[in-house]
Design a protein around this ligand. Structure first.
Ligand SMILES: NC(=O)c1ccc[n+]([C@@H]2O[C@H](COP(=O)([O-])OP(=O)(O)OC[C@H]3O[C@@H](n4cnc5c(N)ncnc54)[C@H](O)[C@@H]3O)[C@@H](O)[C@H]2O)c1
Length: 251
């Protein structure tokens, strides 16, 4: 077991809530110094403070992942504050429901800017810092809906998550000989603020009926899988996709 992340520096996006928050806490608990980033400043500050209070190393920085200038500054801030950058978790994302015909150009462009362009920008700015550090590990958070068509809605979400899945493989090949591993994480339905609207509705019942384990996942169950992917335990794992979905995609 090599799951310790002692001495490593990580940047996690969308880390104020949900899966990102759990991931920031998990990586810090395993010894990494974590730059917690989000557009929700007070909530993000709170996560970093809680990690420090528990004896971990963390700082918060505002980062809208769709903004390339903010990306450049955030990566510089991680290196300035903690000395290097070894780990990037491209987690930030939004979900929307419109299907092929009801989606608007504005809705499409906004979601793609965050979920898809944001992931590319993260890799673009983090890789040079990782190269300086002698290598690194990137996890791009996709979804089960980056691989299957779901319920036939959320066209932009599916497009973005499918793109994240394939950008991951492309980048994995590009950096395979530079000791920079790139993998995608594919959660099923996880109990976070993202799905709060469906809790207690017929949609939740439909989700549970389609999940062989018959329950939602917990953010910590995704965080531990991400911690594996960024650790040296996964030293020969690159370009792969890890599903933590209660069996959804096994059907
Ligand atoms: N919850 C699920 O069921 C589920 C399933 C599959 C995949 N995912 C993916 O996991 C990731 C995290 O989802 P979650 O459930 O924790 O969602 P969440 O809504 O609970 O948290 C998302 C976080 O991203 C932040 N964010 C939104 N726009 C941003 C931007 N432009 N720049 C930076 N941060 C931004 C939010 O402020 C929030 O803190 C997303 O990429 C999501 O698509 C979630």
């Amino acid at each position: 077991m090599n799951t310790t992340l002692d001495g490593k520096v990580a940047l996690v996006t969308g880390a104020a809530l949900g899966i990102g928050e759990a991931t920031a806490r998990e990586l810090a608990a395993r010894g990494a110094a974590v730059l917690v980033t989000d557009v929700l400043d007070p909530a993000g500050e709170k996560v970093a403070r809680a990690i420090r209070k528990g004896g971990g190393k963390a700082a918060f920085r505002h980062l809208d992942v769709s903004d390339s200038r903010e990306w450049r500054k955030a990566v510089n801030a991680a290196v300035r504050k903690f000395g290097r950058l070894d780990i990037l978790v491209n987690n930030a994302g939004i979900g929307t429901y419109p299907d092929v015909e009801s989606e608007t150009v504005e809705g499409w462009n906004r979601l793609i800017a965050i979920n898809q362009t944001g992931v590319w920008l993260g890799m673009k700015y983090a890789v040079p810092a990782m190269r300086t550090a002698g290598g690194g590990a990137i996890v791009n958070v996709s979804s089960i809906f980056g691989a299957v068509g779901g319920f036939g809605g959320s066209i932009a979400y599916h497009a973005s998550k499918g793109a994240v899945r394939l950008m991951t493989k492309n980048a994995a090949i590009r950096y395979a000989t530079e000791n920079i591993r790139v993998n995608s994480m594919h959660p099923g339905f996880i109990d976070t603020p993202m799905i709060v609207e469906v809790k207690g509705t017929d949609t939740e019942a439909l989700i549970l009926a389609n999940t062989p384990m018959g329950r939602l996942g917990r953010p910590e169950e995704i965080a531990s899988a991400i911690a594996f992917l960024v650790s040296d335990d996964a030293s020969y794992v690159t370009g792969s996709e890890l599903y933590a979905d209660g069996g959804w995609t096994a059907r």
